[in-house]
Design a protein around this ligand. Structure first.
Ligand code: SAH
Length: 236
């Protein structure tokens, strides 16, 4: 998968690229990541990429020309058209299902907003989907881009050694994951549930499923309602 990220703060991605999951995906060729400084496409002498809003009002807006021209360059010589994503608090809320869908794309272009956001002509003409990572406002699209990219990368076959580890996580199948324990069996008189030490794999699977149902029902009735609606009766 090739991912291109347009940002005014490329260095924010330095550590992100150099550690753990993303580093592994880059090294083993599962991910081809390009971070671009939007300012390189600025025309004016002062490399200005933002301007005041027409109609007045506070804040600065990212100008259309650098983004249009960056996209012209990035779209050259591509076999398939990349999906262009803009991060915005008014976008579609990011969910596991969104990540599963994005993971199918061969080429993604992420545009990170700053200041008040981008000129509407960018959104109307260049962007395929707008994604929000939650009902709050950050100062830029870089963290949302990292959140999204990390969520996608762990789903690319070959990145996580044991893919079942990812597919058993919360949200993958519409449920939350239940409690997990590791050694020691007893710590400060706190014990691991007997069932997990029993060696009876069928019973352990049932227990885990029951706990996952319980936590989803109590913490996220919205997800539980959806799960009940979607899952065939024999699997409940
Ligand atoms: N004026 C905008 C907010 C701008 S915040 C509005 O009211 O909607 C600056 C940039 O940070 C945005 O352009 C966007 O790219 C990014 N951003 C902030 N919060 C975000 C969120 N919850 N999800 C995704 N991107 C976000």
């Amino acid at each position: 998968m090739r991912v291109d990220i347009l940002t005014l703060f490329p260095r924010l991605f330095d550590g992100f690229k150099e550690e753990t999951l993303i580093k592994r995906a880059l090294l083993n060729g599962c991910l081809d990541l390009h971070i671009w400084n939007l300012r390189s496409w600025a025309r004016s002498k002062h490399q200005q990429v933002d301007d005041t809003p027409f109609g007045g009002g506070p804040g600065m807006i990212l100008k259309p020309e650098p983004i249009f021209e960056a996209l012209d360059d990035l779209l050259q010589d591509r076999n398939s058209k990349p999906l262009v994503v803009y991060f915005s608090p008014s976008g579609k809320l990011l969910r596991q299902s969104t990540l599963n869908e994005l993971c199918e794309a061969e080429n993604l272009i992420f545009i990170c907003g700053r200041y008040k956001g981008v000129d509407q002509r960018v959104l109307d003409n260049l962007v395929d989907c707008e994604i929000s990572i939650g009902d709050f406002v950050l100062s830029g699209g870089e963290l949302p881009a990292m959140v999204t990219l990390e969520g996608i990368t762990r789903l690319i076959p070959g990145v996580i050694n044991d893919i079942e580890s990812a597919t058993s996580d919360s949200h993958y199948k519409g449920l939350l994951e239940g409690p997990l324990y590791t050694r020691p069996e007893e710590y400060r008189s706190l014990n691991v549930p007997d069932i997990l030490l029993s060696g009876d794999h069928a019973k352990i699977a049932d227990w885990r499923r029951e706990k996952s149902f319980e936590i989803t029902r109590t913490r996220r009735p919205d997800l539980w309602k959806q799960f009940i609606k979607n899952v065939p009766a024999e699997e409940k």
